[in-house]
Ligand binder design. Structure first.
Ligand SMILES: Cc1cc2nc3c(=O)[nH]c(=O)nc-3n(C[C@H](O)[C@H](O)[C@H](O)COP(=O)(O)OP(=O)(O)OC[C@H]3O[C@@H](n4cnc5c(N)ncnc54)[C@H](O)[C@@H]3O)c2cc1C
Length: 388
């Protein structure tokens, strides 16, 4: 088989890239290790920036997002039982949208099926070959047979645990990493959210987040240790741990119910540099990870795809390699700023240690954030997404 761009991974980065390339007449094949049902069962991001909304529109699959997505003009931060609101709209004129990653993935999968573009699900043992040469290719196993896919370029969109980044010689890549000593225990439930806006909670018991996917579906998180086992968290225990961290109004409005998903996500900051290796380009979580605190992971995957799709279009339509040559530098400039914001928000809101000096620093910074228009504006600018 031959294609122009072989895309590894059918997460949001791979599907979005595939759809945008197809729109511009650029052939692509997506190879995904999991089945389509499995990909759709993963509950992850929920907050999307304008960049992501615009790209989904550009890909032609935005109808359901505009119908069901919830526009959020601000966010609330609760410190020791007192809530403070930061208005994105007033401070930046912009908003974010709450629309689940699962829904985005479904819209992109449906869009891809409608145009008949090829995706190979359950593609095992994917291996990348000759990435620094003129004729790269990818081998894999599917339907019990071995296959070879020849291509001009490979887009590694296969997430943090994927094969693309691992295919690069160690001396060609530099990894920067910060692993936090904590995770998020998340519960999804078909109960109405406690608030119309997200509430980030700073509390002596630890961080919590009240989020949502729709007016009838809530997503809650509490900070937990990395040693926790999700099996040790029956629903009742989760709600009992969440309640004391909330303010009185949220506690009163909290509707508990059976969880429909429960998982623990470790918190990590990670960047691999560069993001281009010969004819292999990394995009999304394959190249970088942020802790979910700033809601940046999916949005960064989208901004990489924006740069990369434009670069491929420039290559094929205008016979120019300028975009491809600058891809890594341009993507990383935005990645590092989002890494900074996600790290800062994580350090600000979680109980990282029992050191009282660090706790006082968090409270002083939060007080400054609420009282200073400059500080609130900087927060809002980063949360809604920095310009290109
Ligand atoms: C609990 C949680 C909450 C989050 N909240 C937010 C949020 O609010 N906002 C936000 O922007 N981000 C958030 N994120 C991050 C966001 O989910 C990720 O950044 C996003 O999924 C990245 O998309 P991706 O396509 O790059 O990678 P992925 O979604 O990881 O997709 C990679 C795909 O590649 C496939 N793959 C892996 N290895 C191979 C292989 N060897 N061969 C073929 N295929 C392979 C995988 O099966 C997968 O389908 C959150 C993440 C978590 C865990």
């Amino acid at each position: 088989m031959r294609t122009q761009v072989a895309i590894i991974g059918a997460g949001p980065a791979g599907l979005l890239l595939g759809q945008l390339l197809h729109k511009h007449g650029i052939d692509n094949v997506i190879l995904e290790r999991q089945t389509g049902e499995y990909v759709l069962s993963r509950i992850r991001a929920g907050v999307i920036e304008k960049v992501c909304i615009d790209l989904i529109d550009e890909a032609g699959v935005g109808a359901r997002m505009h119908q069901d997505g919830l526009i959020h003009d601000g966010v609330q931060i609760c410190v020791d039982g007192v809530r403070h609101r930061i208005s994105f709209k007033d401070l930046t004129g912009k908003s974010v949208m709450v629309y689940g990653q699962t829904e985005i993935t479904k819209d992109l999968m449906d869009g891809r099926a409608a145009i008949g573009a090829p995706t190979v699900y359950a593609a095992y043992d994917v291996a990348l070959h000759n990435i620094f040469g003129e004729t790269p290719h990818v081998t894999y196993r599917a339907d019990g047979k071995n296959h070879e896919l020849q291509c001009d370029f490979i887009a590694g969109c296969d997430g943090f645990h994927g094969i693309s980044r691992k295919s690069v010689p160690p001396n060609a890549i530099t990894a920067h990493e910060r692993v936090y000593p904590l995770g998020w225990l998340g519960v999804l439930s078909d109960t109405p959210p406690v608030s119309e806006e997200l509430i980030y909670v700073h509390h002596p018991l630890g961080f919590a987040l009240c989020s949502m996917r729709s007016p009838t579906r809530s997503r809650y998180y509490i900070q937990c240790s990395l040693a926790e086992d999700v099996e040790a968290w029956p629903d009742e225990r989760f709600w009992e741990e969440l309640k004391p961290r909330l303010d009185d109004e949220a506690r009163e409005r909290l509707v508990t119910g059976p969880s429909i998903e429960k998982s623990i996500a470790p918190l990590r900051s990670f960047v691999a540099e560069p993001m281009r290796f010969g004819r292999l380009f990394l995009a999304g979580d394959a190249a970088h990870i942020v802790p979910p605190t700033g809601a940046k992971g999916l949005n960064l995957a989208a901004s990489d795809v924006r740069y990369l799709s434009h670069a491929f279009i420039e290559h094929y339509k205008e016979k120019s390699n300028a975009g491809l040559d600058r891809y890594s530098e341009r993507a990383l400039a935005r990645v590092w700023k989002a890494e900074r914001f996600s790290w800062w928000m994580t350090m600000l809101l979680h109980k990282i240690s029992d050191n009282t000096f660090e706790q006082k620093m968090q409270l002083a910074e939060l007080d400054y954030l609420f009282r200073s228009k400059a500080a609130s504006t900087a927060f809002a600018e980063n949360y809604v997404g920095l310009p290109y």
